[in-house]
Design a protein around this ligand. Sequence first.
Ligand SMILES: NC(=O)c1ccc[n+]([C@@H]2O[C@H](COP(=O)([O-])OP(=O)(O)OC[C@H]3O[C@@H](n4cnc5c(N)ncnc54)[C@H](OP(=O)(O)O)[C@@H]3O)[C@@H](O)[C@H]2O)c1
Length: 255
Amino acid sequence: MHDQVAPDRSTTILAGRVVVITGASRGLGAGMARTFGEHGLKLGLCARHEPVPSIPTTVDVVTAAVDVGDAVAMQGFASRVAERLGPIDLWINNAGVLGPIGPLRDLDPIEVASNLRINLLGVVHGSQVFIRHRHEVGPGGVLVNISSGAASHGYAGWSAYAAAKAGVERLTEVIRLEEDASGLRAYAVSPGVIDTDMQAQVRASTPEQFPEVERFQRLHREGRLRPPAHVAEFLLRLAFDPTHADDRVALRVPD
Ligand SMILES: NC(=O)c1ccc[n+]([C@@H]2O[C@H](COP(=O)([O-])OP(=O)(O)OC[C@H]3O[C@@H](n4cnc5c(N)ncnc54)[C@H](OP(=O)(O)O)[C@@H]3O)[C@@H](O)[C@H]2O)c1
């Protein structure tokens, strides 16, 4: 057993659970995969570039190159994970892109559409696939759609991203209502400011593109970005520790 795992928790609650993470080739998704692997969970991981997870060799893992905007590919990936690893307990729609960044008037409509396709439609596809899977295998299951502070607060320069994340939160509220009777719990989780490529992209923006850039540069200078493991541990408690289940749909990972 890995030395970071508390024996009672890993054996009674976590070990053998099956978790899917989209967008697991780097950033928050790759970091969560690492933490989950250390806890003995089985992993289904996808991104456009096939993830190469940094996890113990004993962990059961299925990886695939999948674009979340492709509904058919998402269905095929989910089927392969369930066939190889068993019923999926937790599905995390994490894949996302920030850009295009800048005033809406300056943005290329094709890039705006691409953002919405990944950030909103990708979450629709992942949610549909997981809900249908849970209806086949039995009651329960936890769906986590990774949201953002931009879902509830407008940031100039992030029009497509903010619109998509707001859509993700409303989508998740609807899923909670529709699936309440099936025992599936759906959450939209805002992770806070995490140390990933996406934050590097935020800091590299010009003030003309993103007027609040200085605040994010300061958070980085002051060492206030959180590691992905912080989010991973929060989601494990939310999904698998009954004392941490939450009635609210939209949650923010606490500091
Ligand atoms: N970092 C933060 O501070 C922060 C704050 C709030 C919310 N979030 C949210 O957290 C999530 C993860 O962000 P991050 O910071 O880890 O970003 P990141 O470092 O840029 O990583 C994004 C991940 O999404 C994947 N991805 C992008 N487009 C995809 C597509 N079409 N299909 C499948 N996978 C795709 C990328 O892999 P490929 O390029 O290989 O596809 C990568 O693995 C996002 O939903 C983001 O909005 C992050």
